[in-house]
Each structure stands twice: as C-alpha cells, then as structure tokens.
Design a protein around this ligand. Sequence first.
Ligand code: SAM
Length: 239
Amino acid sequence: MAKRRGKPPRIPQLGNHGMDDALHAYATDLSSAEPDGLAALRRATWTQTVKPQMLCDELQGRLLACMSHMMAPSRVLELGTFTGYATACWAEGLAADGVIDTVDVNDELHAIQDQHWDALNLAHRIRRHTGKAMDVLQSGVLFETDARPLDVVFVDADKEHQQAYVDWAIEHVRDGGWIVVDNVLWWGEVLRVQDGTSRDPYAVRIHELNAHMKGHPELDNVLLPLRDGLHVARRKPRA
Ligand SMILES: C[S@@+](CC[C@H](N)C(=O)[O-])C[C@H]1O[C@@H](n2cnc3c(N)ncnc32)[C@H](O)[C@@H]1O
C-alpha cells in the first residue's frame, strides 16, 4: 500500500468498532482518488482547525459524492458545515439547477470555506447559514427564497439534537427523498449501550436514534458500518 508521507491521516480514530484499518485503507485505495481541491481542503483542515478529526474521511467523502451523483438532487440541506468538505462532496452531483444549503453555529471557519469553495468553483452552488441548526430550521429561511422541496438532508451537526433534526427532515424532505445521518456508531459505543455495559449519554441517544429510524413507519433505512457509521434512509411517499 502506498505511503502517504506529509499527508494528514485519512482514517483518524478507526479501529474500535470492528472495521479493520487495513481493509478501510484498501477500500480507500481502490476507490476513486479524492480530487486535488478536496485534498487541499483536508490539509487546511488538519493544519488550521482544532478538531480536524470531525472531517469526514476520503472514503466517506467519495461515498457522499457518489450518492449525490446517483440522486442528482436540486436541493440538499447539510446540518454541520465545519470546513465545508462534505458540502463540497454533496455539491459534486447536484442537478444543473441544484443548490446546497449548509448550516453551522461556528462562524470562525468562513475564511477556509470561502477559499476552498471558490477554488473548487462551488461557491455559487452553496448557501451558508450561521446559527444553531434548530433555530435556522424553525426560522423558515430555508424556504423563503427557494420554495423547492428538499431532496436530501445530511445530518452532521451536534449529537444532542440529531433525533429532532431527523424528525424535522421527515416532515420536510420530499416524497422519496433522502435523510443521511453521520456518526451513528459512535466508535462502537452503541454496542455497549445495547448490551447494557455503557451509559455514555451520546451513545445512548445515538442508539435511540438508530432504533427510531429503523422503526419509523415513514422510512426505509440502511445503517452502513462505514467509518463511524452512516445511516441512510428514504422518506416513503406520503399517502
Ligand atoms: C462533525 S462536524 C461537521 C463535519 C462536516 N459535515 C464534514 O463532514 O466535513 C460538526 C459541526 O457541527 C457544528 N455544530 C455543533 N453544534 C451545532 C448546532 N447546534 N447547530 C449547528 N451546527 C452545530 C460544529 O460547529 C461543527 O462544525
């Protein structure tokens, strides 16, 4: 396997939920390479932010881009922008008239986002909202200038309110639209919640969210054990 000298780690924190690091690296190497512009954004994230491990890894980024190409969405909503890496991945497959709205409470990363979205020629496809995700969702701003329904909601902000975000998404995503939630394995801690050996509050909430999505009558779902877990659900058509 090729050495990656001078590059940031592509799979931080892996190894404690059963997916072998070497297999993950193999899958990454045998998938399309991360585009240069995104590699530059990854480097900037690792050199300029204090929690770079929040960044989605190369393989997950390629999966999000692939899903975007499959769905060809006109509207994507992302909760949790961080440095805008996943935003750019989702933007790759947008329909010709497609736009992504992205929300983050942190306004300190705008300069990194602007620099790299400009370099990737994506800035005109992205609408940025600054504030707490629930406030932005409840403000109505997402539909003020664009009444089109949402095709995809990507939930990747704070873990406290994930279920509320998913419930909002079930109400607002179009019939047959998609809800994608990141970090749903919480580095394996959900297994220990399930067998009663952990009461980690984040893991408890995430396990409850996974069960909520699995049991929800309006969703078809698949929980992918990729990196820290990606829950993908299709909103069934309304009666
Ligand atoms: C895991 S990071 C997002 C990673 C990004 N989607 C990616 O894959 O590159 C989580 C982000 O959620 C933001 N966040 C935390 N609490 C929030 C809240 N209540 N509302 C909106 N954003 C929040 C943080 O500032 C952080 O940038």
